[in-house]
Design a protein around this ligand. Structure first.
Ligand code: FEO
Length: 170
C-alpha cells in the first residue's frame, strides 16, 4: 500500500506529465503551422512519450493500492518565437521534470518506500536520455547560428529519433 505522501507526489507527477504532453502538442501544432514538418513530427512523438509516462504512473499508483487522479491541466502557450525557442523551452522543461523526479525520490527515501524508489529509476534514466537528446539538438541549432537555414535541420530531425526512443517504448 502506497503511503499518502508518496501517492501525493506521484499524483503531482501525473499532472506534470500530462502538461508535458500538452506542451509538446502545442509545439507540434506551432511547427506544423509554420512550415516545419520534421520538427512537428518530432514534437508529436514526444507528446506521445509524455502521455506514456503519465499512463505508467497512473497504472503504478493504482496497482500499489493508491488512487490515481486525473487532473485538470494548465493550458500551454500556443505561440513560440522560432524552432530554437521550441527546443530551448523543451530543454528547460525537461530539466524541471528531472528536478521533480529527484524530489519524488527524496520523498520515497524519507518515507522508506524503497520499492517506489527503485521503480522511479526508470524515470531517472529516461530524463538523462531526454536531456541529452535535446541538448544535442540545441548544439545543432546553435551551429546553424545566424543563418538559421533550417531546411536540412527540419528534414533530418525526425530520423534522429530512431536511436533514442527505444527506452520509452518499454
Ligand atoms: Fe516525462 Fe520528458 O518527462
Amino acid at each position: 500500500m502506497l503511503k499518502e505522501k508518496v501517492a501525493a507526489a506521484l499524483n503531482a507527477q501525473i499532472e506534470k506529465e500530462m502538461y508535458s504532453s500538452n506542451l509538446y502538442l502545442a509545439m507540434a501544432s506551432w511547427a506544423e503551422r509554420n512550415g516545419y514538418p520534421g520538427t512537428s513530427q518530432w514534437m508529436y512523438a514526444q507528446a506521445d512519450e509524455e502521455r506514456m509516462h503519465m499512463l505508467k504512473l497512473i497504472e503504478y499508483v493504482n496497482e500499489r493500492g493508491g488512487k490515481a487522479t486525473i487532473p485538470a491541466c494548465d493550458m500551454p502557450p500556443a505561440e513560440f518565437e522560432s524552432v530554437l525557442d521550441l527546443f530551448k523551452k523543451t530543454y528547460e522543461h525537461e530539466c524541471f521534470i528531472s528536478e521533480s523526479i529527484n524530489d519524488i525520490i527524496g520523498v520515497t527515501h524519507d518515507e522508506r518506500d524503497f520499492t517506489t524508489q527503485q521503480w522511479m529509476q526508470w524515470f531517472v534514466n529516461e530524463q538523462i536520455e531526454e536531456e541529452a537528446q535535446v541538448s544535442t539538438i540545441l548544439d545543432k541549432l546553435n551551429l546553424l547560428g545566424e543563418t538559421q537555414n533550417l531546411y536540412f535541420f527540419d528534414r533530418d530531425i525526425f530520423s534522429d529519433r530512431g536511436n533514442t526512443t527505444s527506452s520509452a517504448q518499454q
